[in-house]
Design a protein around this ligand. Sequence first.
Ligand code: ADP
Length: 352
Amino acid sequence: MTLDALSDAAPTPAPGAPPPTTTDVAATRGRVFSGVQPSGLPHLGNYLGAFRNYIAMQEGYDAIYCIVDYHALTSTHDGEVIRRNAREMALGLLALGLDPERSILFRQSDRPEHLELSWLFSSVVPVSWVERTPSFKEKRRTQPDDVNHALLSYPVLQAADIAIYHAGYVPVGSDQAAHVELAREIVRAWNTRYGDYFVEPKAVFTDSPMIRGTDGVTKMSKSLGNTIDLFAPEAELRKQVTSMVTDTQRILRTDPGRPEVCNVCQLHRYFGEDYESIWEGERTARTGCVDTKRLLADRILSRFAEARARLEELAARPGLVEEILRAGAERLAPQASETVRVCHERMGLGPR
Ligand code: ADP
């Protein structure tokens, strides 16, 4: 479902049981949760695939966004790297327009109740459910020497991240669709065993749920080294755009291009109303790939000029990010502990 399709639903409560909130957050508005890996400064795929919706959903929803550093432990084992990348991701989100006055931004490890709920959920999850997740299969292939247990339980923690705040909507890229679907199944399994309590979350996509990387084929991703980095120095960003693979059948400058398959042309969709005339230029060979790439780089730089300047300002304020993350986690404490309290009660564990 895209955000446009959702707009009618905005003023109504999230589906399922009403969230038993103990906070200042109005329970009548749909609640949104999304987590992002501490992977350093954001790339264009993050923005077009998910962060655009993060920012849009600050209006009309109770939005909660999380830097998921517990999740990062599945693949990154250098504490300094996790710490630095968490700070950079937070800075990037703030620079792009995430407003801690209108939404909550926090770091997962500052709310350890997520881990408690994850364990409680894991008791309703058959191992076969997690073994079949595409991301687990992928990681087993890409890090064969480090198939740790946390990789397997990753989607259970993700379900807990969302459910602990009774979020109904999860803005993500399409690579996360299977995880959100699994979160729905986990919540349903828990509700079936212990009685209705958790909301079944729904994924919310943008109109570009999967952005291809500079190779023109695979998903844009830091781990694949095919990103366009929104906050890279100008020369580097231009170099990344210039290195993009276009239509591989267009060999000569005079050959007609095929905008349908060219990643550069497709990205132009998001940077101006005139993309069809740009496509026409390619089709008729009026313009060459280099022209189209140069224009795309110009437009990316111009679209993100303000965010890039804001990043510099925010980065120059020591302690700011830490303060925002800590305050966000504090605001969530009552909801997180209330959820765990109810689970303890229903599951026969010690009173909270
Ligand atoms: P990454 O995928 O770069 O490792 P995350 O998984 O933390 O980083 O991504 C944060 C958000 O950005 C997620 O909702 C993810 O679905 C989205 N996202 C990441 N890469 C892309 C992409 N290439 N296209 C669309 N969305 C993406």
